[in-house]
Write a protein that binds this ligand. Structure first.
Ligand code: GLU
Length: 476
């Protein structure tokens, strides 16, 4: 029986950070400057609802302003507290640096159970919280740009954008004050799926490197891999959907709030998600075996484990029993520092959160750029690209006819080749490129340095190096 104490989430992030900086040669004092959270604002505000005043507590934490604006989501959950938003803000700093999104790190949260309030009430609460943050420039296109996180989505972002606009009626860039908005309120195609899509691209890139696959005691391709997903929220749902529908993975277990389902044949994620939204949980689903103690299923045999829900779910109490040889952290901080050590000792490869779930902020970056440039991606070039492709196709067909070569282009090829890239294709291409480049920067460090034995430490080294370089450039 272990008596070791689990650190808090923020302490856990700091422990991982310290482990990495002990391998670096930073100027004295810079290490602490980077590690600490610059400021955390706490606000308590009242909203009159259901005949009485309800007081809510919210936070916006700014971890590092080495680049501005600072970026990071706003979470609605009962577990929100200062320690958590500070840990999440720190992860945002490292995440943005790693994927080269030009932002500092921030995070916000409101202590609320969104399921307890109806839409109209949530709108009033969100607008009031926004008002408090905008007043202090904690929401601002050039200083602090929130986004969705657990418990929030497009709808909340649209309210935030509108509230900001009401308070800054002449700001032409007002829409860039928040990302993750619906398309008709200045959003971008592909933002909702982005974090899950990023998890898919991360795994595709991992499996392009047989050496890395071998390090995880796996072989072959993604096709046919047995996957367990914890949490079928926005991130877990999209990751599971794309991996099963496009890469041939089998989702053999899904863990949700009310328990887990196991089926070695793999689940149809779309059907399961529909069931969950209708019935509020997985219990009663006509396929698979239902297990009430969902957390136990994290310990089930599989090839890839995707924790896509809360922080700290793999901890000192269960790490030793985790069988997955490859864990990809779709959630922020799902593995505690102590569990990380246990898993590493067991030879488990962990694709760390700051990389694995960076797809969200990457596409947020594209949305922010779109808002500032006031034009949708692809609008200028799409038809030009199509007409150039048409030229080639016409020329090939002419050559074939003139020379009697008898070539015919397959209709599928022609259709695909002639279609110019629209916003969604460009967003996916930019995201894929980002995920590949960031993975390669991590794996280079992982393989080149003997003192770096895991991807998380490699990720920290790459990102801290970039943050340190910005501080140096600013003369600090
Ligand atoms: N909340 C997401 C995250 O943790 C997205 C942040 C953003 O897009 O700014 O990365």
């Amino acid at each position: 029986m272990t008596t070791a104490k689990e650190p808090t989430f923020r302490e856990s992030v700091d422990l991982m950070f310290n482990r990495a900086v002990s391998l670096m040669d930073l100027p004295p004092g810079l290490e602490e400057k980077i590690r600490v959270c610059n400021a955390t604002y706490t606000v308590r505000f009242g909203v009159r609802l259901r005949g009485q005043i309800h007081t809510f507590t919210g936070y916006r934490s700014v971890h590092s302003e080495h680049m501005e604006p600072v970026k990071g989501g706003i979470r609605y959950a009962m577990g929100v507290n200062q320690d958590e938003v500070e840990a999440l803000a720190a992860l945002m700093t490292y995440k943005c640096a790693l994927v080269e999104a030009p932002f500092g790190g921030s995070k916000g949260g409101l202590r609320i159970d969104p399921r307890e309030w109806d839409e109209h009430e949530l709108e009033r609460i969100t607008r009031r919280f926004t008002h408090e943050l905008v007043k202090r420039d904690l929401i601002h296109p050039s200083q602090n740009v929130p986004a969705p996180d657990m418990g929030t989505g497009e709808r909340e972002m649209a309210w935030i954008a509108d509230q900001y606009k009401r308070m800054h009626t002449t700001d032409i860039n007002a829409r860039a004050c928040v990302t993750g908005k619906p398309i008709n309120a200045g959003g971008i195609q592909g933002r909702t799926e982005a974090t899950g899509r990023g998890v898919q691209y991360a795994l595709q890139e991992f499996f392009r490197h047989p050496e890395d696959v071998k390090a995880a005691r796996l072989d072959g391709k993604l096709d046919g891999k047995r996957v367990i997903v914890q949490g079928l929220g926005n991130v877990g749902y999209h990751a599971a959907k794309f991996l099963s529908e496009e890469d041939g993975c089998k989702i053999i277990a899904v863990i949700e709030r009310d328990g887990a389902l196991i089926d070695e044949n793999g689940f149809d994620i779309e059907a399961l998600r529909n069931w969950i939204s209708k019935h509020g949980g997985v219990d009663g689903y006509p396929r698979g075996k239902y297990v009430r103690d969902g957390a136990k299923v994290l310990e089930h045999d599989c090839d890839i484990l995707i924790p896509a829900a809360l922080e700290g779910v793999i901890n000192l109490s269960n790490a030793a029993r985790i069988k997955a040889p490859l864990v990809i952290e779709a959630a922020n901080g799902p593995v505690t520092a102590g569990a990380d050590e246990i898993l590493r000792e067991k030879g488990c490869v962990i694709i760390p959160d700051m990389y694995a779930n960076a797809g969200g902020v990457t596409v947020s970056y594209f949305e922010w750029v779109k808002n500032l440039s006031h034009i949708r991606f692809g609008r200028m070039g799409r038809r030009q690209e199509e007409s150039r492709h048409q030229l080639i196709v016409d020329e090939l067909e002419r050559l074939s006819a003139d020379q009697n070569l008898g070539w015919t282009l397959t209709p599928g090829f022609k259709q695909q080749y002639l279609k110019g890239a629209g916003e969604l294709e460009l967003v996916r291409s930019g995201l894929d490129d980002t995920m590949r480049a960031a993975y390669q920067s991590m794996r280079e460090v992982w393989h080149a340095r003997e003192d770096v034995t895991d991807l998380r430490t490699a990720a920290y080294l790459v990102s801290i190096d970039k943050v340190a370089a910005s501080y140096r450039a600013a003369g600090l």
